[in-house]
Design a binder for this molecule. Sequence first.
Ligand code: ZN
Length: 250
Amino acid sequence: MELFDAHTHTVGKSTQIPFYVLSGFDLESSRNAVAYVRGRREGYASVGFHPLFLPSVAVPRDEVLSQLTALMKSPEVKAVGEIGLDYRRDSGDREKQIDWFRLQLRLAIRLKKPVILHIVKAFGDAQRILEEEGAFEQKNSVLLHSFSGSVEMAVHLVNRGAKISLGPTLMDPKNQKIRTVVTGLSPEHMLIETDAEFESPKGIESGEDSLTILESIVQRIAKLKGLPLDELRHQIFENTKQFYRIGTEE
Ligand SMILES: [Zn+2]
């Protein structure tokens, strides 16, 4: 089955699983992701600090960064993430978020790894920092996971070279905004994800396996865009392999 979960935090126990990128959100989960996918044909990892799981100031920053850098160099690691900015209420120190966002972005650029971004209510700052750090200079280097911005922002970002990952929010009957984004985007810029189990998707049965979730997302996109299902599934699968440089580098 040509399905690739571009971003997840857990792999189900189902016997049939899609290809996937298992994403860390702090040092421990990043280490676990790398260990889990080792030797698995369909699994890859990404490592990084999520803006809501930043390291405590009690731990020396250089030490954390050197451990993270070592992880980033593992052959299983296809991207840095999820990293980003989250400006919802009570989401913590924004200066600290920006600091870690820049640090991890620089590491990713230096190691030529794409980034998986978590951006919530912070598109202005995120966009400015991505430009300042030169994140778009390399092709296939920026993925907006579970995109929550406007269609204008999505179009602007893909014109700069970013890809947009669509997740279970697309199945939420109340979320008209994300459907407008899909309508306004060309399929060559789309990836799909479950973000399991961070998102508690409305419109998806709990306990649904990832293949089923990914397939319903593709079906929804096909319907919104009026595209043949098989063609779209294939396109998104190829987009994902290309983005993570899978099968192109070896
Ligand atoms: Zn996530």
